[in-house]
Design a protein around this ligand. Structure first.
Ligand code: 3PG
Length: 400
């Protein structure tokens, strides 16, 4: 896969797919990490004398122009970070967008408004996407994909533009780094290799667990997803969140783990309360003594000790999903201690991905202690499931 520094971009117009799907509260960006992550590639292109047309999505406007989902605030923030004006072409892709792209000069940047205002962007089939990919491709000479967060989506700006672009296609630095860390580095990991999996649902992690069985030495399971594994082992989980229909899958993972040489580590105790809205804990219980009217909201002290001890000698760690309801201080200790333990590993490759996990790392101010923080949510999960993501396939096809 070519990266932007391997092709001649001087004096060219680049259509740049970025993932600027950032959280907004009343028009204010509350986390601009995704924008910051793409800035080095954009800056590089400008310094090389290219003109940049940024395109991105925000939320799910479902093919309609939704004023609250305009990329206006994002264009403004991008301009601040780049130190250049980034005008927005409002609304759908039309003559105005074509005209602004036409007159764009080397060193200048423009941002198209939310791609998903155009219904074809998210069409499920080639027919539904129509000629939208071509319309976008016609705006530029070269296509740059730096949008790992959307690499798993078969959207027109991800998979169709590379088919129609006049010139070359390439990956931006962010996409290249994601591929290097999640692909190359994990293909031949230093051992012990530990996967830490948490979060609410087993269903969203089944693919990863199945793919990593036999590849990793240890799998630590925390968060509400652990409840389903414990239920499968016959424990009563009180009112805790469980996925009863996945008990068989949990059993099968536990059986396979043993035969495939990956050691599974589950919680042995919990911090619990009567409702998930509780602001303080009712108590701590062993995994086999969960009160019938309570729910597990964090891993307990003994579990933290076990998990930290498994992590202590790790040379490669991939972490996705918090250990409990970390947004409430009373139930954050498990996630924070696991975060600290991973961040404290010296000489280890430590990779984090997924929105909530990322939030724990930033809450702890430990981002610079990790080898790599993926910008992907769903795409991070699908990559670790061993799937070839549509964005990578499209780029490779384009480069042939
Ligand atoms: C994300 O936020 O994970 C990406 O931007 C993809 O967004 P989507 O799930 O709306 O496609």
């Amino acid at each position: 896969m070519n990266s932007i520094d391997q092709i001649d971009i001087a004096g060219k117009k680049l259509l740049f797919r970025v993932d600027f799907n950032v959280p907004l509260e009343e028009g204010i960006i509350t986390d601009d990490n995704r924008i910051k992550a793409a800035v080095p590639t954009i800056r590089y292109a400008l310094d090389k004398g290219a003109a940049v047309i940024l395109c991105a999505h925000l939320g799910k406007p479902k093919g309609k122009v939704v004023p609250e989902l305009t990329l206006g605030p994002v264009a403004k923030r991008t301009g601040e970070l780049l130190g250049v004006a980034v005008p927005l072409v409002p609304g759908v892709i039309d003559d105005q967008a074509r005209m602004m792209a036409e007159i764009l000069q080397p060193g200048q940047v423009v941002m198209l408004d939310n791609l998903r205002f155009n219904p074809e962007e998210t069409g499920k089939t080639v027919e539904e996407r129509g000629d939208f990919g071509k319309k976008l491709a016609d705006l530029a000479d070269i296509y740059v994909n730096d949008a790992f967060g959307v690499a798993h989506r078969e959207n027109a700006s991800v998979v169709d533009v590379p088919r129609y672009i006049k010139g070359e296609c390439c990956a931006g630095f962010l996409l290249k780094r994601e591929n290097e860390y999640l692909g190359d580095a994990l293909a031949d990991p230093k051992r012990p290799y530990v996967c830490v999996s948490g979060g609410a649902k087993v269903s969203s992690k089944l693919g990863i667990l199945n793919n990593l069985l036999g590849k990793v030495d240890d799998i630590i399971i925390g968060g509400a997803m652990a409840n389903t594994f414990l239920l499968a082992q016959g424990y009563g989980m009180g009112k805790s969140l469980v996925e009863k229909d996945l008990v068989q899958d949990a059993l099968s993972i536990m059986e396979k783990a043993e035969s495939m040489g990956s050691k599974l580590h589950l919680p042995v105790d919990f911090v619990y309360a009567k409702t998930h809205k509780a602001q303080s804990a009712e108590g701590v219980c062993k995994a086999d003594s969960m009160p019938s009217d309570a729910l597990a909201l964090d891993i307990g002290p003994e579990t933290i000790k076990n998990f930290v001890s498994v992590l202590s000698g790790a040379k490669t760690v991939v972490w996705n999903g918090p250990m409990g309801l970390f947004e409430t201080t009373a139930f954050a200790k498990g996630s924070l201690d696991v975060c600290k333990a991973i961040a404290g590993l010296e000489d280890a490759l430590t990779i984090v991905g997924g929105g909530d996990t990322d939030a724990v790392v930033h809450l702890m101010n430990l981002a610079d202690k990790f080898s790599f923080i993926s910008t992907g949510g769903g795409s991070f999960l699908e990559f670790l499931e061993g799937k070839e993501l549509p964005a990578f396939t499209a780029l490779k096809e384009c480069m042939k």
